[in-house]
Design a protein around this ligand. Structure first.
Ligand code: G3P
Ligand code: CA
Length: 266
């Protein structure tokens, strides 16, 4: 709603979310990227969760390890490098920072728990993407179990409404996660057809499309259904301004510092 209970206009709050941590400043999905998100005054950090072969939840974007780690050097005899085929111990041998710059040598693939702890220390909210859940049957309940062990992440309501958001491109996975954690905010990545928005609004809280697909009428339709819109991924002031002008409730950027400046212009 645009008005407070007393009828006064409500100040608009646009949430500044660091994409894969502040991945313009540090290697994506590492603790260093979480630290950079905090240094640049992000409100929240988005990270991607997958699962190791021995059932540990780990934070990494690609379903294979080559792009963001030195896996080919460390395990030259393996024929493939799927995240799902490596134990946590094996993943912890990898350098997930050097590809971004020598200063980050030794950064590891973090576990979800390590990220939760670091974000708690840093006072950041979490936007957690369940990445490729069809590869990890049951991952939604694994995530819920980890979060239940960290009850500070589950506080609902008020300013903490965005303390934790769980989202996925796989909307069935998102719904399974909602069933596990019905009080947690859940987002649908991609673009829900306009005539299906009302159905999804019965349980989901956000629709989060690629920013290039966003138009103001679509944002209005999502808001009509009492849902929010957090488009991804805008890295320059012009595209950030554009989605904010169209009504976005949050912005996902590799550069939360650039996003913060644009948000403050409003
Ligand atoms: O928050 C949405 C965004 O993270 C989705 O894209 O490919 O960076 O995971 P991707
Ligand atoms: Ca993501």
């Amino acid at each position: 709603a645009d008005t407070a209970p007393n009828g006064a206009p409500r100040a608009r709050v646009v949430t500044d979310v660091a994409h894969r941590g502040a991945s313009g400043h540090a290697p994506e999905n590492t603790l260093a990227a979480i630290d950079e998100a905090s240094e640049h005054d992000a409100t929240a950090a988005e990270v991607d969760v997958q699962r190791s072969s021995d059932g540990e939840l780990v934070i990494i974007h690609d379903t294979t390890l080559e792009r963001t780690t030195d896996v080919e050097q460390i395990y030259p005899d393996r024929s493939s490098y799927d995240v799902a085929d490596f134990t946590l111990e094996e993943l912890k041998e990898l350098d997930a920072g050097s590809w971004f710059g020598g200063a980050y040598a030794g950064e590891q693939v973090p576990t979800l728990e390590e990220v939760l702890d670091r974000m708690e220390e840093r006072g950041l909210n979490l936007l957690l993407e369940i990445k490729s859940p069809s590869l990890y049957p049951g991952i939604e309940s694994d995530i819920a179990e980890t979060l239940r062990d960290n009850p500070r992440w589950l506080a609902p309501g008020g300013d903490e409404a965005h303390r934790l958001v769980i989202q996925s491109f796989d909307w069935e996975s998102t719904e399974r996660s909602h069933d596990e954690l019905p009080r947690v905010t859940h987002g649908l990545l991609g673009e829900v057809p306009e005539d299906e928005i009302a159905d999804y609004a019965t349980w989901a809280d956000q629709i989060n499309p690629n920013h290039t697909n966003l138009d103001a009428d679509y944002v209005d339709a999502v808001h009509e259904a009492d849902m929010e819109v957090f488009p991804y991924t805008m890295n320059d002031a012009e595209s950030l301004r554009s989605v904010i002008d169209k009504g976005a409730d949050g912005v996902i950027s590799d550069y939360p510092d650039v996003a913060r400046e644009v948000i403050q212009e409003e």
